[in-house]
Design a protein around this ligand. Structure first.
Ligand code: AMP
Ligand code: GLY
Length: 421
């Protein structure tokens, strides 16, 4: 089979690496990919932007692509899957309306409310003055969320009234995120520990993937600004087998039922961001895709044929399928460019990235190849991922590999996986 993977991050490198291991796989094209995907066996990068959905369609048609797998949310929200399916091309991902689970916080919260799915209480605002009046009286902390896609920058957790009012100003009045901030969800602050729960859906059937936990803040001890994710591990001891069943029963299945009631058959990866504390589990957010960096440790543990699973999901044939997992723990640590998630420089040569083995894989995020050098080319640059018999052993192996890697301005968190210890 010929496969097309859309995207260029660490998630896509992991997808390509795992797909290429399948005997079913003849070739994986990656649009646009990175230096890591370019070097994988069977893989080839294609210079097309993830949002150029017409260009991607032409490429898929002209190259006899059998299956397209979409990594990031933007092309899904733009309707890439609708376009490909209209042209009789097999594609794994939700259609435009289903991708609203990530593309519109208002849509997502309404699905949760109508489906009786536990989540933070909230109100919707389209008028800055009304929102200001609300914020003057509400409980603090409070959470402001831009309705539209904002590349991870649309959520403000305000710990003081001043911060809340400033946040409102920047989102709704100054429109720092453009039209994404035209409407706001303002919601109750939830306490607890976050976990990621990702499932694979075929429009009818659903398979839970292994549990995982991300570290969203930039600095050690969960300090500093929110990022796309600085490291993740799988499984998380937070999600026991009983909790796994509860999440499927109380959250995932009712969400898919509520979508079905609205005429939406969800196909592709669905990612629930959960807040868990002793008493209860609540949904913080839904994403319409696989997580980044969660994909890296999760796929490192997958023993099943990933391409076969993706194909079955795209063809609505997941019924009865099971996924086999490596019993070991996997941990991925993101190495980033100084200044990330704000301003950072790129173009520095990276050294020490060739030491991989059965238990260590260095996934590339923002990298590019020039002559025979690998250069940094983004905020998140690498995700060093390792397997160990327990979290500590995975931790030791990953940080040992990291100690050999360097470039000008590289930084990383030193405490990935240490939250529960
Ligand atoms: P989101 O993009 O909705 O996942 O939000 C980004 C991050 O903001 C989450 O991973 C949480 O750390 C935090 N967050 C979002 N909503 C809430 C909430 N209601 N209470 C506390 N923290 C939240
Ligand atoms: N790791 C967070 C995300 O993929 O949104």
């Amino acid at each position: 089979m010929k496969v097309l993977v859309i995207g260029s991050g660490g998630r896509e490198h992991a997808l390509v690496w795992k797909l290429a291991q399948s005997d079913l796989c003849e070739k994986v094209y990656v649009a646009p990919g990175n230096a890591g995907t370019a070097d994988e066996p069977k893989a080839e990068n294609v210079e097309l932007d993830v949002e150029d959905i017409d260009g991607l369609l032409d490429f898929a048609k002209n190259n006899d692509i059998d299956l397209t797998i979409v990594g990031p949310e933007a092309p899904l929200v733009l309707g890439l899957v609708d376009l490909f399916e209209k042209n009789n091309l097999l594609c794994l991902g939700p259609k435009r309306l289903a991708a609203q689970m990530e593309g519109s916080k208002i849509f997502m919260k309404d699905v949760l409310k109508k489906g009786n799915i536990p989540t933070a209480t909230y109100e919707v605002f389209s008028d800055a003055e009304r929102a200001r009046e609300f914020l003057k009286k509400c409980d603090i902390p409070i959470v402001l969320k831009a309705n539209g896609l904002a590349g991870g920058k649309g959520v403000i957790v305000a710990f003081s009234r001043e911060e809340a009012l400033e946040g409102l100003n920047s989102l709704m009045v100054e429109q720092k995120l453009g039209s994404a901030g035209d409407n706001l969800v303002i919601e109750e602050f939830l306490k607890g520990e976050e976990a990621s729960f990702i499932v694979l859906c075929d429009g009818e059937n659903v398979l839970p993937l292994a549990s995982s936990q991300d570290h969203k803040q930039r600095d050690d001890n969960d300090m500093g600004p929110n990022t796309g994710g600085m490291g993740a591990y799988s499984p998380t001891p937070l999600i026991t087998e009983e909790l796994n069943e509860e999440i499927m029963r109380e959250i995932i299945l009712p969400t898919l039922d509520e979508l079905k009631r609205r005429g939406i058959d969800y196909k592709g990866f669905l990612y629930a961001g959960l807040m868990i504390n002793e008493q209860k589990i609540k949904v913080l957010e839904y994403n319409c895709r696989f997580g980044d960096p969660e994909t890296q440790p999760i796929l490192m543990r997958m023993k099943s044929d990933f391409l076969d699973l993706c194909l079955k999901a795209a063809e609505q044939e997941l019924k009865g399928e099971q996924i086999e997992w490596d019993d070991r723990f996997a941990l991925g640590v993101v190495m980033a460019s100084k200044g990330y998630p704000e301003k950072y420089e790129i173009g520095f040569p990276i050294s020490g990235i060739n030491e991989e083995n059965e238990a260590i894989k260095i996934f590339h995020c923002g990298t590019k190849k020039e002559a025979d050098k690998i250069l940094s080319n983004g905020g998140r640059v690498l995700c060093v991922t390792g397997l160990g018999s327990d979290l500590n052993s995975a931790f030791e192996k990953v940080y040992e590999a990291i100690s050999k890697i360097s470039w000008n301005g590289a930084f990383y968190r030193k405490d990935i996986g240490k939250r529960n210890q």
